[in-house]
Write a protein of this length. Structure first.
Length: 395
């Protein structure tokens, strides 16, 4: 069996909304359907019935996502009912996992045309109620939020594994001696680069606003923030001696992203020039409490599989779950040129809608490579409960 080349023809995303913000009234299945429809509409030469499968990442699934949001998106987007859809969950890496699984299907010949993406509405994540151990309980029952983090944790899990995500970022800061000022400076830079990218129109080719919602750009970007403003924020997870704040962490968000993946035959049917080609990917595990360092080994493994080094990279999109986490990873890649990392801003400014972020990163790398005309790009994320995921693209 020969392995086929896999091309990214196009990539789109919504503007990222803040928690309770402009996109909070939009259901996650509608967000997913929006980017799927926009992606198909932008390749009018391609018959939608030719889409062999739709892969979508979704870190929640407990509410309006309706378990298989990929299939819901297909139907709501008006694609033929013959187009199937599958939803995957690797928590924060779900959107990238969808891209990897779709690419694998195309590479192996199981599909010629596939859509991959991710979605999350953290605003609309429901509360869930655990079923009682016996019928007719007389006492009060507890609701658990599905927005973020651990819930209904198995008591067999070691306590050091189940710390809050922000405490995990504090542990990374401890491990690498990352100061509050360094984290705030990193966050400020994320906002600056994101604001500049929007002002220069660098996101115009990939962002597709949601009709009827007044949101033209990412909602959490703070053009006017400063080191002084960030310094006033209190630590969120360690009241005494803590360094991780709301200002140097990614916010809670809503949004969706999608990519069109094809083989050579599918490429001819679109009649378009591809943005980039998928080279390889890698996934690794790490101690759950040190999840923030998950990308370290995954990135090295992906580069090794691709026969590339950090010196070969044109651009690198590293998800900024926390400034401490991103800085911890960068500290373990001393040979990486930091100037190529998140050139258009990162998740601290843009936002981190969990299931969508991996697809957003992959799409951003593809658009950046297309703008450059050639090169090698890499996208990577840390994943809660201790995993890392990386994807290498080329043009």
């Amino acid at each position: 069996m020969s392995i086929r080349d896999v091309y990214i023809v196009d990539a789109v995303r919504t503007p990222i909304g803040k928690f309770g913000g402009a996109l909070a009234q939009v259901r996650p299945d509608d967000l997913a359907a929006h980017v799927v429809k926009a992606l198909v509409d932008r390749s009018p030469a391609l018959d939608p019935a030719r889409v062999d499968d739709v892969y979508f990442g979704d870190a929640n699934g407990a509410g309006e996502d309706n378990r298989d949001v990929a299939r819901m998106a297909v139907l709501l987007a008006g694609l033929p009912v013959t187009v199937p859809g599958v939803t995957v969950n690797r928590l924060c890496g779900s959107g990238m996992e969808a891209v990897i699984q779709a690419a694998r299907a195309v590479a192996l010949g199981d599909a010629s045309v596939a859509i991959a993406g991710g979605v999350e509405s953290m605003s609309r994540a429901p509360w869930v109620l655990q079923k009682p151990e016996r019928a007719f309980p007389a006492g009060h029952q507890q609701l658990h939020s599905t927005t973020l983090g651990w819930r209904m944790t198995n008591p067999r899990m070691p306590a050091e594994w189940t710390v809050a995500l922000g405490e995990g970022a504090e542990l990374v800061a401890d491990k690498h001696g990352i100061t509050r000022d360094q984290q705030d400076a990193f966050a400020l830079d994320s906002h600056r680069k994101a604001a500049e990218a929007w002002a220069k129109g660098l996101y115009d080719d990939e962002v597709v606003p949601y009709a009827g919602v007044d949101l033209a750009r990412d909602e959490c970007i703070r053009d006017a923030t400063s080191m002084e403003a960030l310094a006033k924020l209190k630590p969120s997870f360690r009241p005494t001696g803590g360094t991780v704040t709301a200002g140097n962490s990614s916010p809670l968000n809503d949004g969706a992203a999608a990519l069109l993946l094809v083989d050579e035959e599918g490429l001819r049917e679109t009649g378009r020039e591809p943005l980039a080609r998928i080279r390889t990917s890698a996934v690794t595990g790490i101690e759950p409490q040190l999840f923030g360092l998950g990308p370290v080994a995954a990135v090295r493994r992906a580069l090794e599989k691709a026969g590339r080094s950090f010196a070969d990279l044109t651009t690198f999109e590293l998800n900024e779950a926390f400034a401490a986490q991103a800085l911890g990873c960068l500290a373990e890649w001393p040979e990486l040129d930091r100037e190529i990392v998140n050139p258009r801003g990162g998740a601290i400014a843009i936002g981190h809608p969990l299931g969508a972020s991996g697809a957003r990163l992959a799409g951003s790398v593809a658009h950046q490579l297309a703008a450059a005309g050639s090169g090698t790009g890499l996208a990577a994320l840390c994943i809660g409960v201790g995993q890392g995921l990386a994807l290498v693209l080329e043009r």
